[in-house]
Design a binder for this molecule. Structure first.
Ligand code: SAH
Ligand code: SF4
Ligand code: F3S
Length: 463
C-alpha cells in the first residue's frame, strides 16, 4: 500500500476560520490524506487566510515567502491559499507568490480537495466564487466530519456573512450577506456531536442575534436556538460569538438566563465609546444604549463575564472621543478585551477618509492608555474570584509548564492548576481559585465532578 499524501493547514483569523479549517481537514481525511507532522514535511500546505486588518495580509505573504525554497526543493509539494484574503485578492495572490498552486475562496471551501487534485496535472488554479451558494452554506454537511483539536469541544457555524455595513469592516464584502442554517439541522448536529462525547459547543456567526432573519422573513430565532440547543442531552456548555449590541434583544438575555447550559459569558463588541465615532462607524447604537443593555444582561444573568472588541484610531477620532471610550470602558468593567489599531481596508467607507487618519504615535499612546484601564478591570474581576470554587473543564498540560494543567471555567476563563497523574483531558473538575492574574486564574483541584465523555480523538466521520 502506498503511503498517503499528507497535509498541514495554517489558519489565520477568527474562530469561524478555525472551524472552516477543521471542516477542510475533515474533507481531506475523507479523500485519504493524512495530517502531516509539520508544515515543512507536508505534501499539501493550505493557508486559510484572514483579511480583517492589514497585518493579517502581511502575515500570509511572510508565511508564503518561508515556503518558497521548500517548494523549489520539492516541486511535488502543493501550496493552496483559501479563506477571506483569497476570496478578496483572488488572482493577485499568484501575481505576488507565483509558487502557489491553488487559490480558493470562502464560498467554495468544499471544492478545495478537487482543486488540489486538478492542479497536480493542470498547473496553478484560481477558483473563487463571486457569491455564496445558499444551499451549500445552509447544508454545511462537512461540519460533521470536522477534525477537531479538542474532542469534547466543537464549534458550530449557525450563520455565514453579515448584513451590517460598519464603515471600517471588510467582512460583508468578503463573506457576503447573512445566510442562516436551519434550526432543525443545527439541533441535529448538536445531538450528533453530543453522541460522540462533545460536551461544549461554541456557536459562531458575525451577528448571531440576527440568526434566522433570512429564514423567517425578519424574525430572529437566536433565542429559540439557544433554548433548543439547551435541551440537547450531554451538551453542558454553550457559548456564542459575536452578538451585535444593536440587536441584543431581551429575549436573548432571557434565553441565556433561563437555559442552564448557556454559559454566563457575553462578548459584546463596543468598538468606541464616543457616540460621534459610533455614528461614523454605522454601528447602530449609542454608548448609553450599549451600557443599558449590558446592565440588563448583568441583572438577569448572575456572575456574567463580559468581554469586548475596541478599535483605536478610527479616522477623525479626537482626544475627546477617546476619553469617552476610556470612560465607557471603565463603566463597562470588562473581564477581558481585544484591542485593535484601526486598519484601513480598501473599498470600505472609512478607508477613503485619508485626511482624517490619526497619526501612528497618537494611536500608540491611546492604545497603551486603553490597555491600562482594561488590565485594571481584568485584574479586579479575577482577584474577586480568589477563594471561590469554580467548575473547570480540563484541557491538558499547560503550554508553559508540564507541572501545570489548564482548563476553562464556565465564564470561559483560563485556569492553571497543579498537575496530578489522575488528570484527564475533557474531565470536569472543581477548582479552588487561589490567585487571579489579569489573563488567567491559578488554583488546585478539589474534586472530580465527572470523567471525560469523549470516545475517540477524531469524533465523527462521514462515509
Ligand atoms: N461581527 C463582529 C466582528 C468581527 S471582526 C462584530 O461586529 O461584533 C472582529 C473585530 O475586528 C471587530 O469587532 C473589530 O473590533 C475589529 N475590526 C474589524 N475591522 C477592523 C479594521 N478595519 N481595523 C481594525 N479593527 C477592525
Ligand atoms: Fe464587520 Fe460590522 Fe458585520 Fe461585525 S457587524 S462583521 S464589524 S460589518
Ligand atoms: Fe478574518 Fe474572515 Fe474572520 S476576514 S476575522 S477570517 S471572517
Amino acid at each position: 500500500m502506498s503511503t498517503p499524501r499528507t497535509f498541514a493547514i495554517h489558519t489565520f483569523g477568527c474562530q469561524m476560520n478555525e472551524h472552516d479549517s477543521e471542516r477542510l481537514a475533515g474533507l481531506l481525511v475523507n479523500e485519504g490524506l493524512a495530517p502531516a507532522s509539520s508544515e515543512a514535511e507536508a505534501d499539501v500546505v493550505i493557508f486559510n487566510t484572514c483579511t480583517i486588518r492589514e497585518n493579517a495580509d502581511l502575515k500570509l505573504y511572510s508565511a508564503l515567502g518561508h515556503l518558497k525554497a521548500a517548494k523549489a526543493a520539492r516541486p511535488s509539494m502543493q501550496i493552496a491559499v483559501g479563506g477571506c484574503m483569497a476570496q478578496h485578492e483572488r488572482g493577485r495572490i499568484l501575481e505576488r507568490a507565483g509558487w502557489v498552486d491553488v487559490v480558493f475562496g470562502t464560498h467554495n471551501l468544499h471544492e478545495a480537495p478537487a482543486l488540489l487534485r486538478r492542479a497536480q496535472t493542470q498547473g496553478p488554479i484560481v477558483d473563487v466564487a463571486d457569491a455564496p451558494d445558499p444551499v451549500v452554506n445552509r447544508d454545511m454537511a462537512p461540519a460533521l466530519s470536522a477534525v477537531r483539536e479538542l474532542p469534547w469541544a466543537a464549534w458550530m457555524t449557525i450563520q455565514t456573512g453579515c448584513d451590517n455595513s460598519c464603515s471600517y469592516c471588510i467582512v460583508p464584502d468578503v463573506r457576503g450577506g447573512e445566510i442562516s442554517r436551519p434550526l432543525a439541522d443545527l439541533v441535529a448536529e448538536a445531538q450528533m456531536l453530543a453522541a460522540s462525547g462533545v460536551t461544549e459547543i461554541t456557536v459562531l456567526g458575525q451577528n448571531v442575534n440576527s440568526y434566522g432573519r433570512d429564514l423567517t422573513k425578519r424574525r430572529p430565532l437566536f433565542a429559540e436556538l439557544l433554548r433548543s440547543l439547551g435541551e440537547v442531552e450531554g451538551i453542558e456548555r454553550i457559548r456564542f460569538t459575536s452578538p451585535h449590541p444593536k440587536d441584543l434583544r431581551p429575549e436573548t438575555i432571557a434565553a441565556m438566563a433561563e437555559t442552564p447550559s448557556v454559559c454566563p459569558q457575553l462578548h459584546l463588541p463596543l468598538q468606541s465609546g464616543s457616540n460621534r465615532v459610533l455614528r461614523a462607524m454605522r454601528r447602530g447604537y449609542t454608548a448609553e444604549r450599549y451600557l443599558e443593555r449590558l446592565a440588563a444582561a448583568r441583572v438577569s444573568i448572575p456572575d456574567l463575564a463580559v468581554s469586548t472588541d475596541l478599535i483605536v484610531g478610527y479616522p477623525g477620532e479626537t482626544e475627546a472621543d477617546f476619553d469617552e471610550t476610556l470612560a465607557v470602558v471603565a463603566e463597562a468593567d470588562y473581564d477581558s478585551a481585544f484591542t485593535f489599531i484601526y486598519s484601513p481596508r480598501e473599498g470600505t467607507r472609512a478607508a477613503a477618509m485619508t485626511d482624517a487618519f490619526v497619526p501612528d504615535d497618537v494611536i500608540k499612546d491611546r492604545f497603551e492608555r486603553l490597555k491600562l484601564v482594561l488590565d485594571r478591570s481584568a485584574l479586579r474581576a479575577h482577584a474577586a474570584r480568589e477563594g471561590r470554587l469554580e467548575e473547570v473543564l480540563l484541557e491538558g498540560p499547560s503550554r508553559r509548564s508540564a507541572d501545570r494543567w489548564s482548563g476553562r471555567t464556565r465564564q470561559g476563563k483560563l485556569v492553571h492548576v497543579d498537575a496530578d497523574a489522575q488528570m484527564r483531558p475533557g474531565a470536569l473538575v472543581e477548582v479552588l481559585v487561589e490567585h487571579g492574574a489579569p489573563y488567567h486564574l491559578m488554583g488546585h483541584v478539589t474534586r472530580v465532578l465527572r470523567p471525560p465523555r469523549h470516545k475517540v480523538r477524531i469524533a465523527l466521520s462521514v462515509s
